[in-house]
Design a protein around this ligand. Structure first.
Ligand code: ADP
Ligand code: 5GP
Length: 189
């Protein structure tokens, strides 16, 4: 049975969360990604309705007023991100398990909201230095953005204790193996 379950992934930016979430989505057909709404600009090849629903601040405020969000956060100054109730319902209606990719505060909130229906996983980098190296190598953000994200990472690591599971993403293959085990057990339980 895997009805009405959710899996929450949170991590400091650059820890490898996107890589590991994609891996899980490839491995388990029952998992479906909850597409969040955001006020940040699309990056690289990102598309509206695929990676995010990209909105203006006014549109985002309208959704808040309409009570469209399970949770939302100002993750970076003036950059809002929110989990849409409609996404959770859409995925559950298909009989699938929801995957959330959210910031650490959002992750803690979603675990409180979904409680035993949720498995929350925190992805940690081996070190802050390695996290910075990965962000530079990824080459999708300017140096100013990278500095902001690295500065925030230290504080974010303090939230690891509130998650059901913590995975240190040092060796990627090992992290994938650990995650596949956790996710497989949870959706089959
Ligand atoms: P996040 O979604 O947490 O910001 P990404 O998945 O985009 O992180 O990963 C950041 C960068 O680090 C990407 O370029 C990715 O390919 C790389 N990466 C992910 N995991 C590892 C790992 N275990 N070792 C080395 N590089 C990694
Ligand atoms: P990025 O700009 O790198 O796509 O995302 C920045 C951060 O916002 C990441 O930690 C990502 O997980 C988080 N995020 C994405 N969607 C949501 C959401 O709906 N709610 C919350 N709280 N955070 C989100």
């Amino acid at each position: 049975m895997s009805s009405k379950k959710v899996i929450i992934f949170s991590a400091p930016s650059g820890s490898g969360k996107t890589t590991l979430v994609k891996y899980c989505l490839d491995q388990f057909a029952k998992l479906q990604f909850s597409i969040s709404a955001t006020t940040r600009q699309p990056r690289g090849e990102e598309k509206h309705g695929v990676d995010y629903f990209f909105h203006t601040p006014d549109e985002f405020r309208q959704k808040i007023a309409l009570d469209a969000f399970v949770e939302y956060e100002e993750v970076y100054t003036d950059k809002y991100y929110g989990t849409l109730k409609s996404e959770v319902e859409r995925i559950w209606d298909l009989g699938n398990v929801v995957i959330f990719d959210v910031d650490v505060k959002g992750g803690v909130n979603l675990k409180k909201i979904f409680a035993e229906k949720a498995l929350s996983i925190f992805i940690a980098p081996p070190s802050i230095q390695e996290l910075e190296n990965r962000l530079i190598k990824r080459n999708t953000d300017d140096l100013e953005t990278i500095k902001t994200r690295v500065a925030k990472a230290e504080e974010e690591l303090g939230y690891a204790q509130y998650f059901d599971e913590v995975i240190v993403n040092d060796d990627l293959n090992q992290a994938k193996e650990e995650i596949a085990k956790l996710v497989g057990n949870f959706i089959e339980a």
